[in-house]
Design a protein around this ligand. Structure first.
Ligand SMILES: C[S@@+](CC[C@H](N)C(=O)[O-])C[C@H]1O[C@@H](n2cnc3c(N)ncnc32)[C@H](O)[C@@H]1O
Length: 309
């Protein structure tokens, strides 16, 4: 135990279901093969890459959260919040002082354990190792759910979204961001069938080899902007910091699934889930909507719940 938290042990539920707790994180899932690229990246030994704190818990501003979710973190005070696919927990970290109870959930345990241990002293933050397709939460558990940059990496993004929507309390809100179709990526679309088959430990070294040589050019004031634009169009990382170039290369070329959407398709997910008050957030494929307040209007959510059980 540490500060009333179980560091390593077992969670025993009714019906005598037992789940291990490892480094403060209850484990409800196995790692998925198709997501190994993220765990490999997050488990690089110190020295080859900066620590997770630098890599994932990038100092995000609340402006970025607001851009993706149309929500100010101050509005989450007193709420129960789920970060679905929290990765290394950078958004959870951002919310740590906003007065909400925040649950960070991911299928990759590497990032969760690192961040879970760092934030274990913070009583309102919790981490859970679980799969979006087998969620260990009861329906209606959350006031606010967000899933940023996650669903497009799963085999069934809409199914995962509908699963999450049923976890909302009446009046609760869900926000997401997925890749837009509008970004033309013919070159990387042609290369990805090869790169996604390369074991992630080798892809990691390819990321080094590809993104290291042009690093100095990104620091030359005269070139910088034009060069960045070229790299962006070619779907090569344009960040000045080497670790972000590697992270971004792995994120784009590693995951097996990379679906892209039109805003209209996202809006259709929200209405299929029976959600109301749909708004498009600042990015074209970022959106937010709410579960209806009245129980009658929640019928569609109940149907969705049955379909996806
Ligand atoms: C690109 S990362 C984004 C992480 C985080 N939202 C952020 O913006 O920093 C995508 C995350 O989705 C998680 N993920 C993918 N499929 C999942 C699933 N079926 N269940 C839970 N998490 C999943 C991956 O493990 C990975 O950490």
């Amino acid at each position: 135990m540490q500060n009333d938290r179980v560091r390593n042990g077992e969670l025993v539920c009714s019906g005598d279901h037992r789940y291990p707790i490892k480094e403060f994180v209850p484990v409800f899932a196995h790692e998925l093969d198709y997501m190994k690229v993220f765990s490999n990246l997050r488990s690089q030994p110190a020295g080859t890459l900066p620590s997770t704190e630098q890599l994932d818990v990038q100092k995000l501003t609340s402006d970025e959260f607001a851009r993706q979710t149309a929500t100010s973190i101050e509005d989450l005070r007193g709420k129960t919040v789920l970060d679905a696919g929290c990765g290394g927990g950078r958004f959870v970290e951002l919310l740590k002082s906003c007065g909400a109870t925040v649950v960070g959930m991911d299928i990759d345990s590497t990032g969760l354990r690192r961040i879970g241990a760092t934030l274990a002293d913070n009583g309102n933050l919790h981490f859970v190792h679980a799969d979006l397709f087998r969620l260990p939460f009861r329906s209606g558990a959350f006031d606010f759910i967000y899933s940023l940059g996650v669903l497009h990496h799963t085999p069934d993004p809409k199914g995962a979204f509908l699963n999450l929507a049923r976890l909302l309390k009446p009046g609760g809100q869900i926000a997401l961001w997925v890749y837009p179709k509008s970004e033309r990526t013919p070159l990387s679309d042609a290369i990805r069938p090869i790169t996604t088959r390369i074991p992630s430990k080798y892809l990691y070294w390819i990321a080094h080899i590809v993104t290291t040589p042009y690093g100095p050019l990104l620091r030359m004031p005269r070139f910088k902007e034009r060069f960045r634009a070229m790299l962006y169009n070619a779907r090569l990382p344009w960040h000045e910091e080497k670790y972000w170039r590697i992270h971004s290369f792995m994120d784009w070329y590693g995951p097996r699934y990379q679906f892209k959407y039109d805003p209209e398709e996202i809006q259709a997910w929200y209405s299929e889930a029976g959600l109301v008050d749909y708004i498009r957030c600042q990015y074209e494929t970022s959106a937010r909507g709410s579960a209806p307040m009245s129980p009658q209007a929640n019928t569609r959510l109940a149907q969705v719940e049955n379909e996806y059980r």
